[in-house]
Design a protein around this ligand. Sequence first.
Ligand SMILES: [Fe+2]
Ligand SMILES: [Fe+2]
Length: 321
Amino acid sequence: MKRWLAAEHINRLSANPAHCTRTTLPLDIDLRRPFVPEGYTQLYYTPIYTTLNFEQRLRYNQLFGLRINEYIMMLEADLVERLLTPLLRLPQIVADAAFVHAMTTMMEEESKHFAAFAALNRACRPDLYPLGKDRLFSRLPAWTQAMFWMVGALAGRYAFALWYLMAMEESSMAMAREMIRHPETETLGALDLAFVSVHREHMKDEARHLHIDGRMIEQCMGSAGKAKRVNAWLFQAMLRGITRPTRSGSGVMVIHQLVREMPELSSRKEEMIQAILALEKNRAFQESLFNRRMMPVTFQVFDHTPELANLGERMWGYDRR
Ligand SMILES: [Fe+2]
Ligand SMILES: [Fe+2]
């Protein structure tokens, strides 16, 4: 089992600028470049993708890249805040001053990341993100709002969303690593350098956050027994909303925006939406969301949690070991 860094060690790293995310990078975006690896977009997993021409695929990739940034921002602003604030009141956390400091620093860092990704999206498309508007694709649907409310309300007793937070923090690092290792995309040429640089910087803080997540899971999720089983059940219920694209979800909102910008695609809009909704049952797509290559540390935590023995039924990419 992974050994987590001691809180004192985490605090020393977070006080050292060399280990911290810089958020003042130059943002010279080249709009002839794609923003994210094609396999991180939804349409890529549908038969429609190869029928789109280069310009259409490029624009879709860029819009989806903005949506990925917004998704990371949503986790950092909404989920981290709602989840960690109640955890900071738990007696087992309060008793450990160094760890309280590490968690508080993490929350501060996440709010800086939010601002950095908002600035990146604005630099990419100032027309879509005028000053004061940070969200285009992630205006939370009622279902997600309710889920986040529940995460906060239950966190003190059931901190199941920590598993999700850990998976998402590790997958944001995996995407950044993939962008650095494979700057050339399959069909769209090289990734935009400024876009990649923001994600590369983001990894520095996230590498520490993963250790904080691991410790929080150990301290707040309960040991064996009923509480752990309830946590496992709630986590798997939460996953359903995450792995199933919906008509009001952000992936379909990207399609609406694509068609607004490229009206020649209007006759294919419904076809694209249907293809995205069908991804609920698409194994390659589902495995792209959660897999051991992207999140080895999180999967190891799952492996050591007997209550998550059936996780693979809901999370298709999970290969229990
Ligand atoms: Fe972050
Ligand atoms: Fe983080």
